[in-house]
Design a protein around this ligand. Structure first.
Ligand code: T3D
Length: 262
């Protein structure tokens, strides 16, 4: 079986790298399937404290692999895009959002279409200075999918999201940073090393506290203040019962750095 997602572990960080570089890591059904398995494996491995999603070669991900759809489409056959999205994209997006660990998109090159959606689904995004970000769907008369219509307006507001989606404007890494699409821009020369170092900062933090924070933020995106106050109380109780909380307080009292549970 061709390995369409490469995996590397270092210092508690699991890097998942999309591996279809000749097509800028465009998403085939097989690649999406392997990505889902890799995300599930990362989620269930206690040694993994943070996940980085990136791409091999010069692209991050160019969205749906159009060679997969061109044949039937151009022969006049109908395509079941509804099933395609439900079967292949939705589980990947839900695996990223549902994972109790920080997931960081390391956008090494162009992120287009569902490739941009993949990045937006992650908790954090870092970008190579020469990467491009584009909501490219309307160039082929499709609508944004894989969660883009949910994530993008929450990051940049309705008007800017609609503009980017309608006009399919390419954004530079600097523009993506200014808009709040990514948290950091790193130089292209040592991008992978800088993304790894960034991810290690999260891997070194208390894992349960970060997991519960992600859960609370996920819920806050759709809930009321009252919902958040209720959930915070429940999750804080869980955090307060952890060995990490005890260690954090003890370390503070002893004026030393904490040793988090591993
Ligand atoms: O099926 C469904 O479920 C529908 C769901 C759709 C979700 C979507 O993601 S729709 C959007 C699909 N993606 C696109 O429309 C992007 C198409 N690609 C591009 O417009 C450009 O490649 C880029 C702007 C992303 C990058 O441009 P550039 O100039 O840096 O690279 P390039 O030369 O165009 O691409 C390099 C190679 O990758 C090239 O192959 P070649 O000529 O060297 O043999 C190109 O054909 C290939 N490639 C790029 N994107 C795709 C692709 N091959 C298949 N599918 C792609 N999406």
């Amino acid at each position: 079986m061709t390995q369409l997602v490469l995996t590397r572990d270092q210092a508690g960080v699991r890097t998942l790298s999309l591996n279809n570089p000749d097509r800028l890591n465009a998403l085939t059904a097989a690649l999406a399937g392997q990505l889902l398995s890799a995300l599930q494996a990362a989620a269930s491995d206690p040694a993994v404290r943070a996940v980085v999603l990136t791409g091999e070669g010069r692209g991050f991900c160019a969205g749906q692999d159009l060679t997969e759809v061109a044949g039937p489409l151009l022969q006049g056959q109908g395509l079941d895009l509804h099933s395609h999205l439900e079967q292949h994209y939705r589980p990947v997006i839900e695996a990223i959002r549902g994972m109790d660990k920080p997931v960081i998109a390391a956008v090494n090159g162009v992120a287009a279409g569902a490739g941009a959606s993949l990045a937006l689904a992650c908790d954090l995004r870092v970008s190579s200075e020469d990467a491009q970000w584009v909501q490219i769907f309307s160039n082929i008369a499709l609508i944004p999918d894989a969660g883009s219509t949910w994530f993008l307006p929450r990051l940049v507001g309705f008007g800017r999201a609609f503009e980017l989606m309608s006009l399919a404007e390419k954004l530079s890494a600097r523009q993506a940073l200014e808009l709040g699409l990514c948290q950091q821009v790193f130089s292209a020369d040592d991008f992978a090393a800088q993304a790894q170092a960034y991810a290690e900062r999260f891997a070194e933090r208390p894992a349960l506290a970060l997991a519960l924070t992600k859960r609370a933020l996920n819920a806050a995106l759709t809930g009321t203040l009252a919902d958040s106050l209720t959930l915070e109380a429940e999750l804080q109780q869980q955090a307060g019962e952890s060995a990490d909380f005890r260690e954090g307080v003890q370390a503070f009292m002893e004026k030393r750095p904490p040793n988090w549970n591993r």
